[in-house]
Design a binder for this molecule. Structure first.
Ligand code: ADP
Length: 499
């Protein structure tokens, strides 16, 4: 099929993978057990490197370092501006090493190299710069008290943050969480996903070069049920920030409740609707819908996986979607003209193919795609189903792959009702020129973000997070700082108040 024309035998190889050990208290160290795990290139299934497999004892050591750096170190005690300067330095170092960093995420995660280099890594550096600028502006308020008292609030760093991130955006996720935590003055233990551990270790190295004191950023690579679970249930971690599946989000919240009641913030799955009304420019809408589900091979929590198209333009939309899906280039993520690389690993690859089979069995019509492509590696054709019913599993479950469900609707009320018929509430997209319709639908959809006539309009200044089972807490924007801060009220009598 034409869609597979980007696959080439050209294999990009880094001259060496520099960082493969745990980063604890400013040093790269082996796991206490001495164990390692293999990280795999999804283009071929070949091993890229062996990485230290951290477990509970390693998390304990990392937490001890972070605790000590928080309780006694200079990071929380220096001025916000001093922390901000170090963060700016780190951002500059990221840009100096942008090719190597982008290559690591492409090797580990099958992500497009050109996009990583031009967009993802620079955007991650900018997230850091945004919060660097906020670090010296964190302050409390003077309160209006009812008695003869003076009251004010302090906003203090919450302490040691546990940060558990997924594999689909290894760099953006690292800095979406670490940057506000750094600005707040927290110290942290970060566990990258086992599929994509390499860039996180590189960031630990750059942080040290930039002047981040030892113990402030610790990176423990390893698996979820071991290293991840040890973070969630640790008695000496003060908050956990998590991005990942809803299923694991529940485990994290449960572990937090059962241990020390640490607050958690959870950015979880989605099954986001993209609603396209009759007055839309069909060509623009087709391109937007295609990008909303095939970009990053559908491995985005915010993917527009349920596309609702109004009946007046439905037939044209279906025809054009089928045509354009065929010109979408799947192939080696290091080739500049490729639009979609391989799924991150065999497990995801098989999971997505299983959902495609299920969609066929449930009675949806396979409009295009539906098969793996290439001789090796975890590539899947961009896939579109029509005749999808709202209660089919493919319209309810997060597939996390390049699989679009297309559905037809008649009225605005129907679109709102059906768009909300999901346990998730992360994002919704709307395509129309009618501002009244935009306002009405934006206010009626229960989701944390509404993208109007655009999609994936992420911005470091714009809060992002879920309603319903997509979680709670916000990344990005000044809201994200709240996750890493405590509010302390200080009250003193005024004048000679007879307290
Ligand atoms: P996916 O299913 O898409 O791989 P997960 O939610 O499983 O997403 O993974 C997101 C992150 O959560 C990864 O870093 C993973 O290692 C971690 N994780 C998985 N299981 C657990 C767990 N039981 N406790 C803590 N972290 C976990």
């Amino acid at each position: 099929a034409a869609v597979c024309n980007g696959i080439s035998e050209k294999q990009f190889k880094l001259s060496e993978i520099k960082f493969t050990k745990l980063f604890i208290n400013g040093q790269f160290v082996d796991a206490i057990s001495g164990r390692t795990f293999e990280t795999i290139d999804p283009r071929s299934g070949e091993v890229i490197a062996k990485v230290a497999e951290g477990d509970k004892e390693d998390v304990d050591l990392a937490v001890k370092a972070a605790r000590d750096a928080f309780d006694h170190g200079k990071w929380p005690r220096m001025t916000g501006m001093e922390r901000g300067k170090i963060m700016m330095k780190l951002a500059d170092l990221m840009i100096e090493n942008v090719e190597e960093l982008a290559a690591l995420d492409s090797l580990d995660g099958g992500k497009l190299f050109a996009v990583g280099k031009a967009r993802d890594i620079p955007a991650a550096a900018d997230i850091l710069r945004y919060y660097a600028g906020a670090a010296d502006k964190i302050c409390g308020e003077t309160l209006k008290m009812s008695r003869s008292m003076q009251g004010y609030t302090l906003r203090e760093p919450i302490g040691v943050a546990g940060i558990i991130i997924p594999w689909n955006y290894p760099s953006s996720m690292f800095f979406a969480k670490a940057s506000p935590a750094m600005a707040a003055g927290c110290t942290m233990v970060i566990k990258p996903a086992e599929q994509t551990p390499l860039s996180a270790l590189y960031y630990a190295h750059l942080a040290k070069l930039a002047g981040v004191p030892d113990g402030v950023i610790n990176v423990v690579t390893g698996f979820g049920p071991t290293a991840g679970a040890a973070i969630a249930s640790h008695m000496d971690i003060d908050t956990v920030a998590f991005t990942g599946s809803t299923q694991v989000g529940k485990l994290i919240m449960e572990a937090a409740a059962k241990s020390n009641l640490k607050p958690v913030s959870l950015e979880l799955g989605g099954k986001s609707p993209l609603i396209i009304f009759n007055d839309a420019d069909v060509d623009m809408a087709v391109d937007l819908a295609r990008m909303a589900i095939f970009y990053n091979k559908g491995e985005i929590c915010a993917a527009g996986s349920r596309v609702y198209v109004q009946e007046g333009i439905y037939d044209e939309f279906v025809r054009k979607s089928a045509e354009r899906a065929k010109s979408w280039v799947v192939g080696d993520p290091f080739s500049p003209h490729v639009q979609q690389g391989p799924q991150v690993d065999r497990k995801q690859f098989e999971k997505v193919l299983k959902y495609i089979e299920l969609g066929k069995r449930e009675g949806a019509t396979l409009l295009t795609g539906g098969k793996p492509c290439g001789e090796k590696g975890y590539y899947i054709e961009p896939t579109i189903f029509t005749d999808v019913k709202d209660d089919m599993v493919i319209a309810q479950d997060e597939i996390f792959g390049p699989v679009m469900s297309l559905m037809k609707f008649k009225t605005v009320e129907e679109a709102i009702e059906r768009a909300n018929r999901t346990r998730y509430g992360l994002v919704a997209g709307i395509v129309t020129k009618d501002t009244n319709l935009v306002n009405r639908v934006s206010r009626s959809i229960r989701a944390g973000t509404i993208w109007v006539n655009c999609y994936f309009a992420f911005d470091k200044g714009c809060p992002f997070g879920g309603y319903k089972m997509s979680g709670f807490g916000r990344d990005y924007g000044l809201h994200a700082l709240d996750k890493y801060l405590q509010v302390k009220a200080v009250v003193t009598p005024l004048y000679d108040s007879p307290w």
